[in-house]
Design a binder for this molecule. Sequence first.
Ligand code: C5J
Length: 225
Amino acid sequence: MTTTDTFAVEAEPYPFEFSPATCALLIIDMQRDFLEPGGFGEMLGNDVSLLRRTIEPNRKLLALWREKGWQVMHTREGHRPDLGCLPPAKKVRGRSPTTIGDPGPMGRILVRGEAGHDIIPELYPQSGEAVIDKPGKGAFFATDLHAILQNRGIMQLIVTGVTTEVCVNTTVREANDRGYNCLVLEDCVGSYIPEMHDAGLKMIKEQGGIFGWVSHSDKVLAALA
Ligand code: C5J
């Protein structure tokens, strides 16, 4: 198997084709505050087990990508410690007594450099893997992700991470508008709200794959076997 080989993954609405040379595994926001018991997500009353089921399939996929030497990128949602990139509207949205920038269970909530903002140990980035710090839900807004992908000749993205209907969906829509083909793996993405997870996947693959493709990590592994 070489990086110029092309693989076809069984997917909806039809097989997703990619070549490792022009494809990156993009892992969205697998951060401690979203996934770990005792983090911000759980503090807000969410069941983090709904996100934690994604860790093992992501770990397997990441291990394979690393073994092959293929491109891996990670994102983290968060803000500068001075909160200069935090829109006031985002700060007050939800009317929660504890919001972004306030002290939380794992440091200041969604602030870069704080423990809760970092990526979970199971999927911790290795040197050479780009880590994109994003202030918004989409990974293209106010980041250098598009430039990095262009400079590396990437045209296809295999997108995993959390949450399905928020940062994964927003990123896939942004990527689609910039000309990337995205495959989202249902077992590697998760939501605190199961019906939103299902709807988020449906919105991507409906109408002939209006934003992209949906499959399962087993099908990627099968295509590569
Ligand atoms: C992400 C969020 N990562 N749900 N953030 O989806 O606020």
